[in-house]
Design a protein around this ligand. Structure first.
Ligand SMILES: C[S@@+](CC[C@H](N)C(=O)[O-])C[C@H]1O[C@@H](n2cnc3c(N)ncnc32)[C@H](O)[C@@H]1O
Length: 218
């Protein structure tokens, strides 16, 4: 029953699914993330997810509970503060993987066995070391152009020619996104989703025209 209820809420884009753990995303971001999540289920059946920048696990809380997301990798350097395009340093006191795992464990239906955490920056890890199927990536780590570009290149090596890379806070990393797009060969599709997402689908686009994603496009 609990799983049926989860399915129903996921398919109705119920953003209250994000209420278990504080997430640094807006309501409209959450709706778009749920739409992409549903579109991946329809396109791939089951799929793997990787994110860079997890903090408390806010953007992982729905995927950790969905058994059609069979594999999750969370890459987070876990600094106590980080540089940011907005200037100054953003503080992340007591930032730790342990704390995130504690929160995720309390999410109903959560399966932590499918989660692998890597405490590092993407310049310290080789994509070859990930050795997991990945069809959907979220880039939400250090919000500078250089870091977003590095993270996107890393994701591209993982998903190769089939999958989607999603940037959060696109306005803060415009330069990194622009540079990344200039490196791509067709076919790919690039588009914005509310409120602050930028999506790049590599290979034949499988999400953008779906019943989930198409209605949300601005
Ligand atoms: C904006 S928060 C992530 C928010 C999360 N996705 C959510 O929805 O709540 C940014 C995270 O990126 C991590 N981070 C900072 N610099 C990083 C880097 N160079 N590589 C990977 N992660 C980094 C921080 O530790 C922090 O947890």
């Amino acid at each position: 029953v609990e799983r049926q209820e989860f399915e129903r809420r996921l398919r109705s884009l119920d953003i209250d699914l994000f209420d278990q753990i504080v997430s640094q995303t807006t309501r409209r971001d959450r709706r778009s993330l749920l739409a992409l999540h549903n579109a991946c289920r329809d396109a791939h059946g089951t799929f793997g997810y990787l994110e860079i920048g997890s903090h408390l696990g806010g953007s992982l809380q729905v995927l950790i509970a969905d058994d059609r997301c069979t594999d999750i990798t969370s890459i987070d350097l876990r600094p106590q503060g980080q540089p940011d395009t907005r200037g100054g340093a953003f503080e992340y006191p007591r930032n730790s993987t342990e704390r995130m795992l504690g929160r995720l464990r309390r999410v109903p239906l959560a399966d932590l066995d499918k989660l692998r955490t890597i405490d590092a920056s993407t310049d310290e890890v080789s994509p070859a070391d990930v050795r997991r199927p990945v069809q959907l990536c979220l880039i939400d780590g250090e919000h500078t152009d250089a870091a977003a570009l590095r993270d996107a290149r890393f994701c591209r090596e993982l998903i190769r020619d089939s999958g989607a890379i999603v940037f959060h806070d696109r306005e803060l990393v415009r330069g990194g996104i622009r540079e990344f797009l200039s490196e791509l060969e067709p076919p790919f599709r690039a588009y914005e989703l509310p409120l602050s997402l930028f999506v790049v689908e590599l290979g034949a686009p499988r999400l953008v025209e779906s019943e989930w994603v198409a209605p949300l496009r601005e």
